[in-house]
Design a protein around this ligand. Sequence first.
Ligand code: MN
Length: 436
Amino acid sequence: MTDFTHDPSRKSWVASASGHGDFPLQNLPLGIFRPRGEEPRGGVAIGDEILDLPMALAQGLFTGEAEQAARAASGRSLNPLMALGKGSRAALRRRLSEILDGAGPETAMIKELAPRILHHAQDCALELPAEIGDYTDFYAGIQHATNTGRLLRPDNPLMPNYKHIPVAYHGRSSSVVTSGTPVRRPQGQRKRGDEAAPTYGPSRNLDYELELGLWIGPGNAQGEPIPVAEAGGHVIGFCLLNDWSARDIQGWEYQPLGPFLGKSFSTTISPWVVTAEALEPFRQAQAPRGEGDPAPLPYLWDDADQGNGAFGVDLEVFIETPVMREKGAAPQRFSRVSAANLYWTAAQMVAHHSSGGCNLRPGDLFGSGTISGVERETWGSLLEQSAGGRQPLALASGETRRFLEDGDEIVFRASCQKEGFAPIGFGECRGRIAPA
Ligand code: MN
């Protein structure tokens, strides 16, 4: 369902939006920003600028449903907007597209308001877009699950439940941080294979995980599962998510109850919510299940979801080491992979999560699970790239890496491209490792 807001020929009067790699007029992602010395509030990324929603509201630029949505997005978090239905969000998008249109009936009048309603993004801090009540991390990257499972069980990498259940664990929302926040190397119990007993100290195997983040909208009442056919509509937007992982702490602690301190020290997300509406042109059919794979139980299966419930998002991982920074060398790309490699759709994750009666709430965050493809250049973690640390990677700078070292910075980027539509991106998800 695309409309005029996706028309690639339309341009904004905000000059930097034309051909912008992430935020052209066709994207319009929402976030919470803070101009220097002022209070945080809702905004929209457009080129290198941010449209100030409360200021635009005060100028009387919204009416009706769009006004209701703009008001809900004007405070210190987007939770009130996330609680609204699809109709209000779509109305907001249509009106934002008109406001920022470079060739509309109101363009001349609105351009006059630019000094009052626009901020240079570089002069603003970006905050978490929502108060995250709960964060759940899935494991839907089947190639990642296969690659990591193979390190432990070479002959039988996937657990028997994998193709029946969208496997997940409940993560920690308190330590989700926005792009650019330093990530302190965690301390914890770790025990190498050659050690008789665990010791407490800084993680020696610190890793990243390349994931897509899913923002939950209206949610459900406790005890009332969301049917899979409706579940996709409960994902109102997407971000990039780095599920930092201390592999040594994780490896020692995870049995039998799953990840705990090896994951909970920090999770970094990109600050802009790329809306489900913006991604509409990039929907695609879910990749067919492998030959011989079991059919999912009916509560996880919807033909329409299988037909258009996947997203053509290309994700990239870059590393910048202190040596690269010193030399002025460009960050090195570790991997590039499509989100089409996910084995479960967003709708299946929502349907499964709520199927037992658990209530989801506006502003809840899901991680997709690490996204990897088949070839090495598509693997989404160092655990995979260095074969559990046994095969250090040679970097172009002459350095090697088993896992991350202090000062290393990991940057995720993502974009969507499709013939006949303007490419859009997600902005950065960046984090630098600080010493323990
Ligand atoms: Mn993860």
